[in-house]
Design a binder for this molecule. Structure first.
Ligand code: ZN
Length: 438
C-alpha cells in the first residue's frame, strides 16, 4: 500500500496475475474447453470495483471478451489499443514441478500456465487501469484495453469476432501493443537487448490430397495415390528454403552482430544466431519460409490400394513474399496434388520508427539504463494480424526485464511456465511511462 492506503499497480499486479492463472481457460482448439467466460467475469469484477464501465461480449457460449476505453488527457490524439488474450494452451500437469493452475509463488516467480503467455500482460493492463482510475492520473491518449478470447486457436471466437461485430469499440485506434515482444536478452551486465516484435510470418496450414485408382494390392498399379503423395511431400518437406532477410530480420541481425562485436554477413546469419543461446530457436525460423508436413492419412487394409491419400502441412511464409511462397510450394508438389487451406493468415511487417517506438525506447531506457530496443520478426502469429487490416499498426511489447539464465522463449507453451515477480513490477513501470508519455 502507498500513502493513504490506495493500492498501486505494483501492489496488485502479482495477485491479479495469480488469480487469472487460477481460472482455467484452456483452449483445446475445438471449443470443448472451459472457455474464457469466468476469466472475463473476473476482469469485469475488478473493473466494477473501481467504477469502470466496459463491454463484455461472447462470440459463442462461454467464449467471452472484455473491452473498455480509458479517456486520455489529450483527446485530439488517436487512440492506442492494448490487447491481451485470456485463453491458454493445455498443460499436462504430470510434466510440471507445480500444479499448472495453482499459481504458486516460488523462487521469486509466479508459476503456472499463462504466466508468460499471457496472463502476465493481462494483469499488468488491469493493474495499471485500476491505478489510473483511482489516482486520477491519465494516459496521454485514449487507451482501449481489450482482454480477448481464443487467440491460441487463431482468434475466430475472440479478436476476429471483436473486429467484425464490435468494431465501434476500436474507433480512433491506429496503433496497438500486445504479446510476444519487449523481453530482455542479456548480452552483458551493461547491455540488454529488448526484442520488440515488428513483424510476423504468415500462416498457411494446408491439406494436400491425391486421388488415384483404388484396387487390389496384388495388382500392378501405376496410379497409386499413396506413392504420388509420398513423392510430393518428400519434395516439399526436404526443400532447402533459401535464407531471405526481410528488413526487420536484417535490422535485428545487425543489432545482434553489433552487440557481440561480430561482422554482419547477410548470407550467413549462423554465427550471430549461435550467440543467442536458447533465443536462437525463437528467431531461427525467421530467415526463411518453412513447410513442415505434420500429418499423413491413407488406406485401411494392407492388401487394398486406397483411392485417396491426404497430408497436412504447417507452412509459414515471410512478410512480403506470400505469392512467391505458394508458387514454390505448388511447383514442388506438382500437378497431381490438390492443395486446400485449413487456415490461412497474413504476414505483417512494419518499420521500427515513429512516436510509439520512440516512447517504448525511452520508457525502457528510463527503467533499465542498459536497455537497447531492437526490432525482431516472430515466426508465429498474434491477434495483431486481425487488427492490421483495420489500419491498426501493431507491435509485440510486453516489457519484462529477465534474469540472464531464464530460458524465456522456452516458456511459451512449455512446461514450468513462470514469470519473475520483479519482471512484473518492471513491466508496470515501463508500461506506465509508455502510456503517459506516448
Ligand atoms: Zn499468446
Amino acid at each position: 500500500m502507498t500513502d493513504g492506503g490506495v493500492p498501486t499497480a505494483r501492489d496488485e499486479v502479482v495477485d491479479l496475475c495469480r488469480e487469472l492463472i487460477r481460472i482455467d481457460t484452456t483452449n483445446t482448439g475445438d471449443d470443448s474447453g472451459p472457455g474464457e467466460r469466468k476469466a472475463a467475469e473476473y476482469v469485469a469484477s475488478r473493473l466494477d470495483e473501481v467504477g469502470v464501465e466496459y463491454t463484455l461480449f461472447e462470440s459463442t457460449p462461454r467464449r467471452a471478451s472484455v473491452v473498455t476505453r480509458l479517456a486520455g488527457s489529450d483527446p485530439s490524439l488517436p487512440a492506442l489499443l492494448v490487447h491481451g488474450h485470456l485463453d491458454v494452451v493445455p498443460a499436462q500437469a504430470d510434466d510440471w514441478q507445480v500444479d499448472p493452475f495453482s499459481a504458486e509463488l516460488r523462487d521469486g516467480c509466479v508459476w503456472g500456465r499463462g504466466a508468460v503467455d499471457m496472463k502476465d500482460m493481462d494483469a499488468m493492463m488491469l493493474a495499471l487501469l485500476r491505478e489510473y482510475v483511482r489516482s486520477g492520473r491519465r494516459p496521454r491518449r485514449d487507451v482501449v484495453f481489450a482482454w480477448l478470447a481464443d487467440e491460441e486457436a487463431g482468434g475466430k471466437l475472440g479478436a476476429k469476432h471483436f473486429a467484425a461485430e464490435h468494431r465501434e469499440l476500436l474507433d480512433g485506434c491506429d496503433h496497438a501493443i500486445s504479446e510476444v515482444g519487449g523481453y530482455s536478452f542479456e548480452v552483458s551486465p551493461d547491455l540488454r537487448l529488448y526484442l520488440v516484435e515488428t513483424a510476423q510470418k504468415g500462416l498457411a496450414w494446408m491439406r494436400l490430397t491425391v486421388d488415384g485408382t483404388a484396387g487390389h494390392g496384388s495388382m500392378t498399379s501405376h496410379d497409386n495415390p499413396v506413392t504420388e503423395l509420398a513423392r510430393a511431400i518428400g519434395r516439399l518437406g526436404s526443400h532447402d528454403w533459401p535464407v531471405t532477410l526481410t528488413p526487420t530480420v536484417r535490422a535485428f541481425l545487425e543489432e545482434v552482430c553489433d552487440a557481440f562485436g561480430l561482422p554482419f554477413d547477410e548470407n550467413d546469419p549462423g554465427p550471430a544466431l549461435a550467440r543467442l543461446g536458447p533465443l536462437a530457436r525463437f528467431v531461427g525460423a525467421t530467415f526463411s519460409h518453412t513447410a513442415n508436413p505434420s500429418r499423413l492419412n491413407a488406406g485401411y487394409k494392407v492388401n487394398v490400394i486406397p483411392g485417396r491419400a491426404t497430408a497436412e502441412v504447417d507452412g509459414r511464409f515471410l512478410p512480403g513474399q506470400e505469392d512467391e511462397y505458394f508458387a514454390t510450394v505448388d511447383s514442388l508438389l506438382g500437378p497431381r496434388v490438390r492443395r486446400e487451406m485449413i487456415h490461412h493468415d497474413i504476414a505483417l511487417e512494419t518499420s521500427f520508427d515513429g512516436a510509439l517506438v520512440e516512447a517504448m525506447v525511452a520508457a525502457l531506457r528510463a527503467e533499465d539504463p542498459a536497455a537497447r530496443a531492437v526490432p525482431y520478426c516472430l515466426s508465429a502469429g498474434t491477434d495483431n494480424k486481425t487488427f492490421a487490416p483495420l489500419g491498426i499498426r501493431g507491435f509485440g511489447f510486453v516489457p519484462l526485464r529477465l534474469p540472464a539464465d531464464l530460458d524465456f522463449a522456452g516458456m511459451f507453451h512449455g512446461i514450468d511456465e513462470r514469470v519473475p515477480v520483479d519482471a512484473l513490477h518492471f513491466g508496470v513501470r515501463v508500461l506506465d511511462r509508455l502510456l503517459t508519455t506516448y
